[in-house]
Write a protein of this length. Structure first.
Length: 284
């Protein structure tokens, strides 16, 4: 018995022919057989008279073909799920390949940009990069993860990438944070933890209030926050994220692997240990 799958395949092919999506050609008749015909056999090839028109394929009933395909898809709707899954897997594989290429090209900007902020050991043997937004709830939850890693691992270098993606207030907070780092880098870690660990909306006003509490001048910070250097920092972070396929926060880079989401201190520690062991966040 012919399966619906086979019918659908034939139907799709026939529809493609009918609608011009597929071209069908017919081989020329052989002029001679490779071996002589035995007496009594009919020749497998019948030559058409010279000048006779080439045979044309019979017209396809497009409505019938579409009906077959539609009925098959309705009877097997799980195919849509399978197709969507296959497409997603294909796109993820392509994105991972693009990120791998981008990682190789952009290493200096990812791990040692003169614009970036750092915590932990600046000479650490493993670098963990975090893209974050001060208004990201998951980033706030993950703050303790990063603090724990830094406390427990004196050889860990942490690079923070301001990646404000949650609106203008996030951009304002990021601008003040960058200004704090540039004017008083020794106070940046305390500022960062205070702002990211605070309740309510993080914006320029909230960031300046925390900075003033640390003894910094608000007017100086405002001027720095609006500078071209600050704009260059934010632009660089967004360009890196786009090249690496990073769209959400928090997102981490450990070694050369991108780890999206608040994956927890245990998973982050394991990734760091793996880099020391095999050079990758996941050892096979």
């Amino acid at each position: 018995m012919v399966s619906l799958a086979a019918i659908a395949i034939v139907g799709v092919a026939a529809w493609a022919v009918a609608t011009g999506q597929m071209e069908v050609t017919f081989p020329k008749a052989q002029q001679a057989m490779e071996s002589p015909q035995e007496p009594g056999q009919l020749s497998a090839v019948v030559a058409a008279p010279e000048g006779a028109p080439s045979p044309q394929p019979a017209p396809i009933d497009r409505t019938a073909v579409e009906t077959i395909v539609r009925e098959y898809m309705l009877a097997n709707p799980e195919l849509l799920r399978d197709m969507a899954g296959a497409l997603q897997a294909k796109e993820q594989a392509a994105q991972q390949e693009r990120a791998k290429v981008a990682m190789a090209d952009l290493k200096p900007k990812i791990f040692s940009s003169p614009l970036q902020m750092e915590l932990g050991n600046p000479e650490g043997d493993v670098t963990l990069v975090e893209f974050f937004d001060y208004n990201c709830g998951f980033c706030r939850q993950a703050l303790s993860d990063l603090n724990t890693l830094i406390e427990q691992d004196p050889k860990l270098k942490v690079v923070l990438k301001e990646f404000p993606v949650l609106g203008e207030e996030s951009v304002q907070a990021a601008r003040v944070a960058i200004a704090v780092h540039r004017s008083a880098p020794e106070k940046y870690a305390e500022f960062h933890r205070a702002l990211l660990g605070s309740e309510g909306q993080a914006n320029g006003e909230a960031a300046l209030k925390i900075a003033e509490g640390l003894g910094l001048n608000a007017q100086d910070l405002i001027a720095d926050a609006d500078s071209a250097e600050t704009e260059a920092y934010i632009r660089e972070s967004h360009q890196l994220a786009q090249a690496l396929g990073i769209s959400g926060t928090p997102s981490y880079i450990v070694g050369e692997d991108i780890l999206p989401g608040a994956i927890g201190v245990k998973a982050l520690k394991q990734a760091v240990d793996n880099v020391r062991s095999c050079g990758k966040a996941t050892c096979s």
